[in-house]
Write a protein that binds this ligand. Sequence first.
Ligand SMILES: N[C@@H](Cc1c[nH]cn1)C(=O)NCC(=O)O
Length: 487
Amino acid sequence: MASILSADKAYFRFIILFFNCLLTFGSYFCFDMPSVLQSQFQGNFTCEKDNKTEVNSTNTTCCVDCLGMNPDEYNLLYAIYAWTNAIVVIAAGFLVDKLGNRLGIFLFSSFCVLGSSIFALGAMFPGTSVLLPIMLLGRLLFGAGNGSLTIVQNRITAFWFKGKELALAFGITLAFSRLGSVLNFFTTGNMYAEYGLSWTLWIGAMLCAIGFFSGIAVSFLDIMGINQLGRSSVLALESKKLHITDIRFFSLSYWLLAITIMFFYNGVFPFVADASKFIQDKYGYDPKSASYVAGAVYDVSMIMSPFLGGIIDVVGKRGVMAVLCAVLTIPVFGLLAFTNVYPLVSTLWLGVTYSVAAASLWPSIPLVVSRATIGTAMGLTTSIQMIGIGISNLLVGVILGKNQGHLPQLLAIWGDLSFSSFLPLTSSSPSRFVGGVLNLSKKQMNLLLRRYEEETDERPSSDVTYEQTDPSVIPNPDSSDQDALIT
Ligand SMILES: N[C@@H](Cc1c[nH]cn1)C(=O)NCC(=O)O
């Protein structure tokens, strides 16, 4: 096999990318299954009728295949996912930086399979006191697995694509994950009608198993490729030197990026979660049409992400693009709050700005931290993102309980904050100012790299530490090891 596949060729990293995308396809499918099956989760299970869903004599919805959860219990399924994520992803990021991708992939994809299986198992006990604890345990394990798996996935993408088609690779990965969520929205309802609730959730668990088997392929290719490139000893040395306290060396650009990601996603994810109800109440749509309109945000992102990634790889200007997106997102909420414009216009518009922001923000992280700390940085960013989303969810809940009309205003405030925090990163000067490296085009990046190699007369070799060897760290004006470049 090693003689057939050559790790320094482009096709090799794209094969890795393919299996890497499959890592989270099933888990993204599973993540939103409760949302499609919300009426079955919350329906009263005690009704004994021929049809699966009936309206009983007291005019409350009941069905023979429901779980009878109340709204709080249902929302807890999502909350436990977000809060578990916020805690475990930092440890997960550090763990993969320290111990490598292989252990992380195995551990986290197993958590996904185990968590989704326990979740499906729990659904087999409707009307008992064990239903909720088992399903929550399943969701907790699943949350710990899926969030952490995303970190290893990003780390692998960053390793194989940094300095090459980095944003394109991130865009393709995001599109694949989104494909999982979109397919869930289109197929889970039909699966339920065909096979019933429990079997549908077991099918979700089986899709998570695809991630586990893809993980075996990714691990194999990753190790084989690293050995072929002769990088294993350098990577082992980097991992050995790494300490969790190295976070204190993260540059200002990194922290601004993390804060911007948090504020940007505070406005997007909670909006998508609650948009369907908002659209039903304000525009009088039926639930199915309203959820299609709300879901348009993710449909756009699924289609646009790879193309945007490809464009950003060539043009650069990540900082400028992200700021533009934050500014252009604010009118979306204005349209929803103050006008009666068809809501699909707003969700498609948000889909575009969200896709550009996601395609510019996440692949920027490997550009502002050293290679050895990419997992830790991704984990920390995801944790900050999840804490923000958790708080935003709570605020959105309070606002929806009091005055639904104020929802777009809150989300616009998040957009504003996202804009202000990212503004310093629009600098395009490859100097000590923050943001410089984020705004370089592919051409400028290559020029800078060549200049560095000429000045230092140095080519990467495998027996020295990463500060000296990682060429993609060299043109990073925000890293502490740039002094040699900035004269
Ligand atoms: N942090 C991820 C999403 C996630 C899901 N589970 C844990 N984290 C993220 O935001 N990815 C990019 C996106 O736009 O979805």
